[in-house]
Design a protein around this ligand. Sequence first.
Ligand code: S3P
Length: 467
Amino acid sequence: MHPLALCRHLAHARVHAPTSVRTMSNAPAAPRPVRSHRATGFQGVVRVPGDKSISHRALMFGALASGRTRITGLLEGEDVVNTAKVVELLGCPARKAGDVWEVLGRGVGGLAQPASDLEFGNSGTGCRLMMGVVAGHDVQVKMTGDASLSKRPMRRVLDPLKTMGVKIVDDRATLPLVLRGSSRLIPIVYETPVPSAQVKSAVLLAGLAAAGATTVIEKEATRDHTERMLRYFGAEIATERRNGKTAITVKGHAELVGRDVTVPGDPSSAAFVAAAAAIVPGADVTIQGVLVNETRTGFYTTLQEMGCDVTYLNAREENGEPIADIRVRQAKLTGVRVPPARAPSMIDEYPVLACVAAFASGETRMEGLGELKVKESDRLAATVDGLAANGVPARVDGETMIVVGSASVRGGGTVATHMDHRIAMAFLILGLGADAPVTIDDITYVATSFPTFQSLMAGMGARFEAV
Ligand code: S3P
């Protein structure tokens, strides 16, 4: 059946969103504080939910492909569910059939004018990548997000897209904004001023629809899921080293074909389990089926350098991505220097690494962290404040975060999470090793990336209590 006929055939299909998904039209829910208690045992063999970066991309690339894309292991966190809803608004049914999500794509250039606003909730990845997806279409879309996303910088993506021919009504730099795409995009060569996979991906996705080859040049390599997955969907995409930088070129007027995708476990979610295992005495956990692409594993390398026992088992490959089971056993930790070159490969893991560093003897210096200031919250400030509230000496010096660790952490403080899922989870981990319980002011946003966090951790021996 022709893909568009298939779309019509399944036009009734709806995204089955968890009832907890918040949108801008809903009043924000009341905060839900949670307290984390010192753990004595922490053991288990577990799986974490699907990788967030790959889940967003699978839905979007499925929309840009002709025919059916089947996704196994999709992360059903709020961020990704919002992306699925947006994909539907752009005319591509996205639904769950049994355990598998299906997207019926319309091909590059084939997306429809949406009938309502595109709401991204808390998700920078969903929003910024989707700017690149819609760029090459004659559509006008209003993009909105929650209070956290509405503060985050969008010029980093909008500037190159404008050069290609996209128009931004009123030239706004933050959400809400109205973007007008064009079916006549101009290909560009663009060197990213910030190390950001989101910026790289948005330009490459727009490049799929441009009249010629679009090149993105990166000084520091960022996660390469877009390149790997676009190739898997049939795009012509080449990566080469040029003068110590990486140049990625995609051929325009691309024809992608729907594929089967299996989403591996998210190493950024697994990092919370690994961090708990690193600090709870006697802990021994194995996290199965985790993505171990080297653009994502800086946190695990750092844990090893601190003295933690981390081993990769059953290494294998799925859909062009390396996967392994990761075993982590507690050991005596020592503070280390984490070089700036490692930052892109563990950019989301610094809050939880800082919490691990609180238990390592001596100083841990984490360098080159400017990008942490523009995540779901200012993570440099939020992390240092949370540590200080729990008696851990920590400071920021320019783009360096310094934590002074010791064998015992006082705890007993309350941490402001600022609508940031990773700040919330990092400090619940701190509480597992601290002398007195650690309280976070709101667990709500954990559902954006790791909806099963509380039950999974409880199953291994963590005690989290609603207060
Ligand atoms: C992501 C890239 C990173 C990361 C985010 C997911 C992606 O953001 O922090 O959680 O999927 O491309 P930046 O590209 O802004 O560094």
